[in-house]
Ligand binder design. Structure first.
Ligand code: GCW
Length: 694
């Protein structure tokens, strides 16, 4: 009997200690599954502010009994006596060090502000979760970019435009009364990776978000987020003075319009004293804007900037503009419109530029505006949600994509003028700097629709803090915290090539915008019947009997001329254009010889096949990890990988069937024939695909 008891006890311990523990992904990378708590007196907080309180609470939640840990601001007498190099930390950096404080050996977390200490607390937890120890610890870091913000494309009715993780996290209906604990966990997650701002509502904005009831709702969220160092921003609909104010115009130079915005802004600041400011999508895809009144984007932005200026607010003005009436190459339009405005924006305006010139494709060359507006602060906008990369189901780690753009060389001031240096302000000496990510967060239990999508949220935050971080370093941190140190290498191995695989099976060799209409789910390279040319995939790939690709050289749209001369020269010549961008800039014969020795057509098929092979391999790798990962997260991921596998084949087969209908070429030797004929692919319909704006 006793033996049986002992056996049960041992079995119970083993069970608790293994992956059988149920996990649904809610805890993100903050799982702190140590099973132990720290002694109450092991964490000492000097001073009492909301941020210090949450920093200490987080450490209590996550630590395994070490101590003492002291959280103290730089001006604390004992800290000051240590003469640590704290001035360079600014108001968000932190320093963690084993020191003698008074007569005690402690782990000190210090900073110039309580927010800095909060970031330090999270950095300490990350350090310990990824295998670091407290022994002679010495960590210090300061963010390189000032505004690190999420853009939620959340509508007031709960639908998230391009959202694949359920309805909006903001339950506007029960706000401001009910402050869902998830709002606090959202803030914790963001603070843990250094995100310090959130734009609550869709850039395709409704004026209602600026009415008193919605300001009160936003204020409730701001109250929850404040201790975590997160400011709230709102997307502003430019025509709100007409819709809410009853004015006849929204002309930014009309004094009544300016007065309306000033009064509205004052009202917001009364409710949210630390309100961050406005984000504006104007004169783009049907949104109202200053161009409706023959005013420039600078006129519009500066009018709003004047309204927020007395309160210390800023305006993030998007450069994602293209006019449905403009016959110019869509890739050129933002530059054409904004470049002449360089130097014309107020100093509390920052222009928000997408990573590429079209629209968040699986791969785009960097946007030509980076480096081209030295007198204007530019922030970069990435899309974390995977509108064009397989929605929530495809595993595509975006760290390498972020890094690819951030490390791209604009050559604006000679070699080494990277996009990262443009946006961190170092290239042109700007103090106002920023980076935005379109959020992939919704009310799904696992927040982002899949465990691996959480990595994209994580990577965005970490690379916003430090745009020079390597994608694999970030993936390693995330994998260790999300799963366990034992599975890091295989998981990182899967992640690192996953975005390239999506490029390969969807849009290889510089192709882009070949997705089906509206919802952008699945292939639609044949679509040619939409009203405006640039809405059609055929506009982007230009395939014909002899070749494929968009000629953006001098013989075509000459978009290459928008880049600095050193870059333009390379992109103008097919021989010096990286193959990965070839068809973005050139119309290339199907028979063109490629670096591999293959000609273009078999090379394309080779890429499609490499993409699907990568997915098959991820499935095998994941299967092998089954014993090391809890059932719930393992099974959901395995199922999604199976979906990705099926859809990668679909993309490959549909694309190949279509290209063959254009080029009349045979399948390269050894390549599998598409599973269906072209008509079958063209007939697929997805009337209720998620994320599609109504
Ligand atoms: O990527 C496209 C999306 C639109 C989006 C737009 C934008 C918010 O298809 O849904 O609208 O970009 O960035 O404004």
């Amino acid at each position: 009997m006793r033996a049986l008891h002992r056996w049960i006890a041992i079995a119970a311990i083993v069970l608790v200690g293994t992956s059988a523990q149920a996990e649904d992904g809610y805890d993100l990378w903050m799982r702190y599954r140590t099973g132990q708590t720290v002694a109450a007196d092991a964490i000492e907080t000097r001073g009492d502010t909301p941020s210090l309180r949450v920093a200490a609470a987080e450490l209590r939640r996550g630590l395994v009994g070490p101590g003492p840990i002291v959280l103290a601001i730089a001006t604390d007498r004992d800290v000051a006596a240590l003469h640590l190099p704290l001035s360079a930390l600014g108001d968000e950096g932190y320093l963690i060090r084993s020191v003698k404080l008074g007569d005690r050996a402690v782990t000190l977390v210090t900073a110039n502000t309580d927010r800095g200490i909060l970031y330090g607390a999270f950095a300490l937890l990350r350090h310990l979760q990824t295998g670091g120890s407290l022994d002679r610890i010495a960590l210090t870091s300061t963010p390189r970019i000032k505004l690190r913000v999420l853009n939620h494309w959340d509508n007031l009715d709960g639908v998230v435009e391009r959202g694949y993780a359920g309805v909006s996290l903001w339950d506007w209906w029960t706000l401001p009364d009910f402050r869902d604990p998830r709002y606090t966990d959202y803030a914790r997650a963001n603070a843990s990776i250094g995100i310090n701002g959130t734009v609550l509502n869709n850039v395709n904005a409704k004026a209602d978000s600026l009415t008193a009831p919605y300001i009160a709702k936003a204020a409730a969220l701001a109250d929850v987020f404040r201790p975590y160092g997160i400011k709230v921003y709102l997307s502003a609909r430019f025509s709100a003075p007409i819709e809410l104010g009853g004015l006849k115009t929204a002309d930014p130079l009309d004094p009544q319009v300016a007065a309306w915005w000033k009064a509205k802004t004052d009202e917001i600041y009364r409710a949210i004293p630390d309100f961050g400011g406005f984000l504006v999508k104007a004169n783009s895809e049907g949104q109202p804007g200053p161009r409706d009144y023959h005013r420039s984007h600078a006129d519009g932005a500066n009018m709003l900037a004047a309204a927020v200026r007395p309160h210390g607010g800023i305006v993030m003005w998007r450069a994602f503009v293209y006019a449905e009436t403009d016959p110019e190459d869509r890739a050129k339009q933002a530059y054409t419109e904004f470049k002449p405005l360089d130097g014309k924006f107020a100093d509390n305006v920052i222009v928000q530029v997408k990573n590429g010139a079209i629209d968040f494709q699986p791969r785009e060359p960097f946007h030509p505006l980076f480096g081209a507006m030295p007198k204007t602060p530019l922030m970069i906008e990435f899309q974390i949600t995977k509108e064009y990369l397989g929605f929530a189901t495809h595993l595509a780690y975006l760290g390498p994509m972020f890094a690819e753009t951030l490390s791209a060389d604009t050559m604006a001031k000679g070699v080494g003028s990277t996009v990262a240096k443009v946006i961190d302000g170092s290239l042109d000496r700007h103090r106002l700097t920023g980076i935005a990510g379109v959020a992939n967060i919704g009310r799904d239990r696992d927040w982002s629709g899949s465990t691996f999508n959480q990595a994209n949220w994580y990577a965005f935050g970490r690379m916003a803090w430090d745009p020079t971080l390597k994608a694999d370093t970030v993936a390693r941190e995330w994998a260790a915290m999300t799963f366990s140190p034992a599975v890091v290498e295989p998981v990182v191995g899967m992640m690192m090539g996953s975005r390239e695989a999506v490029v390969d099976y969807m849009t290889p060799l510089g192709l882009g915008h070949l997705m089906a209409t509206g919802h952008h789910y699945g292939p639609g390279p044949w679509v040619a019947d939409l009203a405006r040319p640039e809405w059609n995939p055929v506009y982007y790939h230009r395939a014909d009997k002899t070749g494929i690709g968009f000629d953006r050289t001098a013989t075509g749209s000459n978009a290459v001329a928008q880049y600095a001369p050193g870059v333009a020269r390379n992109f103008a010549n097919p021989a010096t254009t990286p193959e990965r961008d070839l068809l973005w800039f050139h119309h290339v014969p199907w028979t063109q010889r490629m670096a591999s020795g293959r000609t273009l057509w078999p090379e394309m098929v080779h890429h499609y096949d490499a993409g699907i092979a990568y997915v098959a391999n991820m499935r095998r790798e994941w299967d092998a990890l089954r014993p090391s990962i809890d059932d719930e997260r393992w099974t959901k991921t395995a199922t999604y990988l199976a979906v990705q596998d099926r859809e990668a084949h679909w993309w490959r087969d549909a694309s190949i069937a279509y290209w063959m209908s254009i080029n009349g070429l045979a399948l390269p030797a050894g390549a599998a024939a598409p599973a269906h004929d072209l008509a079958w692919y063209k007939a697929q319909r997805f009337p209720h695909a998620p994320g599609n704006p109504q």
